[in-house]
Design a protein around this ligand. Structure first.
Ligand code: C2E
Ligand code: CA
Ligand code: CA
Ligand code: CA
Length: 275
């Protein structure tokens, strides 16, 4: 049926056109520095105390509106712009971290997402150390979130990069743990401090037994391997109660705080979250 074929083709070309528009806009936004960061608190579950923040990239386009990071990060990766964007994100986060410390806002760690394409660049470690030096942000407060996809490539190289950075105090967490396709072997000899359990698992714990068992097993494994486990996407009191009963250590989610502009994070505000 030609009609539906035409319809399909024109819909596809709409999509293509929209994507091309977005690619151009992305490059422009990078050169005019239009990306900014929001920060989401991470808490110790039993006390509610804020232990750190995750920096999340944001893009508000003047006419296209708010573009979600899932979309523009994927596009930046596809178009070879993710390294430039990632560099900027790291700089912004470290600058913000310094400001907070100057204002007396205490936190253990500031977590920054790193795309696999950034991580595998040969100068990644030295770049990170440069940003730390230039901004004056303490290496011991920087956490880099990587995904399991990093371990599908050259493991020796990944280990080298991680060691260079951990020697200086930077730590690594595995984002979306359990959702990649890599084996768990990497956990044996790579310096991983933290596992971040994807919200897909948390969403199910009050409903289905398999999600619950997966979360339980991950918590046990983390404990056995001496790694912190942080659960992502905690939204309800029921989820919170269940995680507390499982002795889960750390959490991040709308229940404790949404990603927010950095000026909303003040010392009194932190006391409020933990109250
Ligand atoms: P992610 O790293 O897994 O980040 C967590 C996402 O879950 C964030 O979405 C956050 O807003 C959302 N979230 C947190 N708590 C809750 C909750 O309780 N309920 C629900 N429904 N969602 C919650 P966001 O900010 O839209 O980011 C999406 C993804 O974009 C991130 O997933 C990350 O993969 C990517 N991303 C964001 N910023 C960066 C960046 O600077 N660099 C890189 N490489 N990726 C980034
Ligand atoms: Ca993350
Ligand atoms: Ca995640
Ligand atoms: Ca995710």
């Amino acid at each position: 049926n030609t009609g539906s074929y035409l319809f399909y083709a024109s819909e596809m070309s709409d999509r293509l056109h929209e994507n091309q528009q977005l690619v151009v806009a992305l490059a422009e936004a990078l050169s005019s520095d239009l990306f900014y960061l929001e920060y989401q608190p991470q808490v110790a579950l039993c006390s509610g105390e804020v232990i750190g923040f995750e920096a999340l990239a944001r893009w508000q386009h003047p006419t296209l509106g708010n573009i979600p990071p899932d979309r523009f990060i994927a596009l930046a990766e596809q178009e070879g712009l993710i390294v430039t964007l990632g560099d900027r994100v790291l700089q912004l986060a470290c600058q913000q971290g310094c400001e907070w410390l100057e204002q007396g806002i205490e936190f253990q760690r500031l977590a920054v997402n790193v795309s696999v394409k950034q991580f595998v660049e040969s100068d990644f470690a030295s770049k990170v150390l440069n940003v730390l030096e230039q901004s004056g942000f303490p290496a011991e407060k920087l956490e880099l979130e990587i995904t399991e996809s990093v371990f599908l490539g050259d493991l020796t190289l990944a280990k080298e990069t991680m060691q260079k950075l951990t020697q200086q105090g930077v730590c690594f967490s595995i984002d979306d743990f359990g959702t990649g396709f890599s084996s768990l072997l990497y956990l044996k000899d790579l310096p991983v401090l933290k596992l971040k359990l994807d919200q897909g698992f948390i969403r199910g714990i009050t409903q289905d037994n398999s999600s619950l068992q997966i979360v339980k097993a991950s918590l046990q494994m983390g404990q056995a391997l001496n790694m912190d486990v942080i659960v992502e996407g905690v939204e309800t009191c029921d989820e919170y109660q269940m995680l507390l009963a499982m002795r889960c250590g750390h959490a991040q989610g709308y229940l404790f705080g949404r990603p927010m502009k950095p000026d909303l994070i003040t010392a009194p505000r932190l006391r409020q979250i933990s109250a």
